[in-house]
Design a protein around this ligand. Structure first.
Ligand SMILES: Nc1ncnc2c1ncn2[C@@H]1O[C@H](COP(=O)(O)OP(=O)(O)OP(=O)(O)O)[C@@H](O)[C@H]1O
Length: 362
């Protein structure tokens, strides 16, 4: 008796994507399945970056299908395709950038830039095309965190080429001004500098652009959140009450401009003693979790206050590349996965499918 495609689909519906906890059929990951003369061909396309998981998934699918009685051969291909998701109503996507993710914090110094750079590197490590825009106009730290110096090249005198490091494209206000120059920028100047960095950089086909936002929730941040097509925001906080209070303000600001919160990262949640490894909640515990419950958002990761994070990041080699198999890198990878899932769960962007409507008096 020959086998049919319904049997194959039924087997695929039993295979759970371990990253996601959902089966391959309900996540619409099976792009094509064909049975010809009892030979099975299956094409799986994941909508989030997961290159490191391809091999294991390939083996599982192949073994499951090969075990179906009557199957002569199995040919499985796995790839990933990240698509542009919907942004705030009325704002158009930027060319060459599929998804912009803002990394924000209500308060300065909580580890927003450290989280942003490690998030960008973790997404890139899974095969995504990633850019990092350092919009922290008051204190750009990405050049130092990535060990990058120099100015972006300009081929036409108008636009800039992003710099590259560890496989990600980068631009920062820090490349354009002397880093030790005190910057007393007024609001409108800040937003125009940000606009230039965002729109005049020749980003090359990005799946994700991670934007390291300036700290705070004032007019500048609000303007940025309003005029940039943002897929979602990640809010970084520390466990102290004061930081949480500011993080709540940040959360409300994004809600106000209809930018969804993809998750909250609690940084410096426990202190790890570098001598004995003892963990202690010196800034308090449970605050971020409570805040997430209150606002119905996900706590997507907690990083300890760990000297190695500061040492690596401040030395220009962030944790995800410096210690890729370490515990902290795994936490950043986990955060990146959750961010990518949250993005993938959003509706696709359809604005490019509609023509611009021009109203004319004739
Ligand atoms: N989990 C951590 N453990 C130890 N040190 C950390 C951790 N996270 C960040 N740091 C260090 O804390 C300092 C501040 O971090 P970072 O610059 O990322 O904060 P920020 O919120 O972006 O600050 P700013 O408001 O100035 O932009 C840096 O020296 C960084 O290396």
């Amino acid at each position: 008796m020959s086998i049919d495609n319904a049997q194959i689909q039924a087997v695929l519906a039993q295979i759970i994507d371990p990253q996601r906890g959902e089966d391959l059929i309900s996540t619409k990951s099976v792009r094509r399945s064909v049975v010809e003369n009892d030979c099975v061909t299956v094409e799986v396309v994941l909508d989030y970056p997961a290159q490191s998981q391809f091999e294991a998934l390939h083996t599982r699918i192949t073994n499951a299908l090969a075990a179906v009685p009557g199957v002569k051969s199995v040919d499985v291909t796995i790839s990933q395709q990240i698509v542009a998701r919907a942004v705030q109503p009325g704002i158009k996507l930027l060319p060459h950038i599929k998804n912009i993710i803002a990394v924000a914090s209500g308060k300065g110094g909580v580890g927003k830039s450290t989280t942003a750079v490690n998030l960008a590197l973790a997404l890139a490590a899974e095969g995504a095309s990633v850019g990092l825009l350092d919009a922290d106009i008051y204190g750009p730290s990405q050049p130092m965190m990535l060990g990058l110096e120099g100015k972006p090249e300009s081929k036409d005198g108008k636009s800039m080429e992003p710099l590259e490091r560890y496989g990600i494209q980068v631009n920062s206000i820090g490349f354009l001004v002397e880093t030790d120059t005190p910057m007393v920028w007024r609001g409108p100047m800040v937003t125009s500098a940000f606009d230039q960095l965002l729109r005049q950089t020749n980003w090359r086909e990005l799946d994700y652009l991670i934007v390291d936002m300036p700290p705070g929730t004032g007019d500048i941040q609000l303007t940025l959140a309003q005029r940039v097509p943002v897929t979602g925001a990640v809010i970084v906080t520390t466990p102290q009450d004061i930081a949480l209070l500011d993080a709540k303000r940040g959360l409300k600001m994004f809600e106000k401009v209809q930018v969804p919160i993809l998750g909250i990262v609690e940084n410096m949640s426990t202190h790890i003693c570098s001598n004995c490894g003892h963990a202690e909640s010196i800034f308090g515990a449970g605050g971020a979790e409570q805040m997430c419950k209150q606002f119905g958002v996900e706590l997507i990761g907690s990083l300890p206050l760990d000297m190695s994070i500061r040492e690596r990041t401040d030395a220009g080699c962030p944790t995800v590349v410096a210690q890729p198999h370490g515990r902290n890198a795994q936490i950043y990878h986990d955060i990146a996965r959750k961010v990518a899932f949250a993005v993938a769960r959003k509706a696709r962007d359809m604005s490019s499918k509609f023509p611009d409507i021009v109203v004319q008096n004739t």
